[in-house]
Design a binder for this molecule. Structure first.
Ligand code: IMP
Length: 434
């Protein structure tokens, strides 16, 4: 079972980092294939909490090769500070490898991200302002600067000069801002170059070699299915392809080498930033979910919007990603509720949709159709096996399996690694050396 993909089935923040961590014992390589430091993957190990933005979650294990593949956009300043932070805590990112084809997030990308959000005013996307969209735009416009350009500072400077010619004109003439200096940026990036150059390799070649040798490679998605640039709730999306298909282009891996796709699904739904969210709960229940689930952004600290599990979206995510199974996270957060809502369809102008509506005007205005189930109303955070869960909690899991038509492979009832239970024993978390 060598090529395993971990994807988020909602709008991100489903708990993917924890699932990657749980599987770490069986894995030889963990690959980030898209996104950038807009992500925030939390891993809790006893008293230690790690929040990874760019580094693949497996980086804390000495037997794992962590890889940043071509589809990622890399802010070298953030990457190096994450590495420093890790080293201060006694860990090492020594084995980290970065694709030379990955694009760099430049200081002007961050600036343009902020300026364009400001310009959009009420229509703002609510981006993380990390420069993600502008970096991917430049990549598509073929004026991006890549990690491999750090290996030849003459070329780097030429590309920077060409890019800044236009960027500075827009910055000064349209926005009345100060221009960026070629010299200053080149000097800064020369420093990054000296620290990163040893890590730059052809990651596609290496990943494929690992897979061909029968080693296990975990592909770690950032964000979630409905933030996908093509299939998400456009324009309220990120600028990359978090879905499983993104692995093929982002990591350079053919579809045939992907043997398993696991969808990580929070037992309720959250969303950061703007955009449609049919099951959002604006009342007390939404507040309870936010408070009990500590729903504050790992990257920006923003309060997440909260609502009920949406089966219509989950079924669509299962189709898009070709999910084999689901890992249901944060089930403990639902323990306080007497009744739990599950959205099984939408209603729009008298019409019922059991599948994701064909266009956004419907999705923006549709109303959720809920089924309600009894809550279990007892603490489940210390439960060690699926069988020990209260009957009503097991019924809730079974109901999701039935509605989606997929097995729930694991259930998580708390932040810690041991609070992730694998009910059917198909995959087992194993203790690993750090
Ligand atoms: P960007 O990726 O910074 O351009 O932001 C685009 C949209 O994706 C915004 O609504 C962000 O809040 C959202 N977003 C980006 N990364 C994450 C994430 O890791 N978790 C949840 N939402 C995210």
């Amino acid at each position: 079972m060598p090529g395993i993909v971990i994807v988020g089935t909602q709008w991100g923040d489903e708990g993917k980092g924890k699932v990657v961590d749980a599987l770490a014992g069986q894995v030889d390589m963990v690959v980030r294939y898209q996104g950038g430091n807009n992500a925030g993957h939390t891993v809790v190990l006893g008293k230690e909490v790690f929040k990874f933005h760019l580094l693949p979650s497996g980086v804390i294990y000495s037997h794992i090769v962590p890889v940043i593949a071509a589809g990622v956009v890399v802010d070298p300043e953030v990457l190096l500070s994450e590495v420093r932070e890790l080293e201060k805590r006694g860990y090492s990112a020594e084995k980290l490898l970065i694709s030379g084809n990955a694009h760099l997030i430049m200081p002007y990308h961050r600036k343009f991200d902020a300026l364009s959000e400001k310009k959009l005013g009420k229509q703002a996307i609510g981006t993380t302002r990390r420069g993600i969209g502008p970096a991917y735009s430049d990549k598509a416009a073929r004026i991006g600067i890549r990690v491999q350009d750090l290996l030849d500072l003459k070329i780097f400077r030429q590309k920077l000069e060409a890019a800044l010619k236009e960027k500075n004109r827009v910055l000064t003439k349209v926005y009345g801002e100060k221009p960026f200096s070629v010299d200053e940026i080149t000097a800064k990036f020369a420093e990054y170059s000296s620290k990163l150059k040893e890590k730059v390799v052809d990651t596609a070649l290496l990943i494929n070699q690992y897979l061909d040798e029968g080693k296990t490679v975990l592909f770690e998605s950032a964000q979630g299915t409905f933030l996908d640039i093509d299939y998400g709730t456009y324009p309220f999306v990120t600028s990359s392809s978090p879905i499983a298909g993104g692995v093929c282009t982002g990591a350079g891996v053919p579809p045939k080498k992907i043997s398993k796709v696991i969808g990580v699904t929070k037992a309720y739904v959250t969303r950061v930033g703007a955009g449609p969210f049919p099951t959002e709960d604006f009342g007390e229940d939404g507040d309870k979910l936010a408070q009990l689930g500590q729903e504050y952004g790992t990257t920006t600290g923003r309060k997440r919007r909260c609502g009920w599990l949406d089966i219509v979206l989950l079924k669509y995510a299962a189709m898009l990603n070709g999910l084999d199974s689901i890992v249901l996270t944060k089930m403990d957060v639902l323990s306080v509720f007497k009744r739990i809502k599950i959205c099984v369809g939408y209603e729009y102008e008298g019409q019922v949709f059991e599948v994701y509506p064909p266009h956004q005007s419907i999705f923006h205005k549709c109303l959720p159709i809920y089924e309600e189930v009894d809550g279990w109303q007892e603490d489940i955070s210390q439960v060690k096996s699926f069988k020990q869960l209260p009957l009503k909690a097991r019924r809730y899991v079974k109901k999701i399996e039935k509605l989606v038509g997929l097995p729930v492979e694991a259930v998580s009832v708390g932040q810690e690694r041991q609070q992730l239970m694998f009910p059917y024993g198909k995959i087992e978390p194993s203790e690993v050396k750090r």
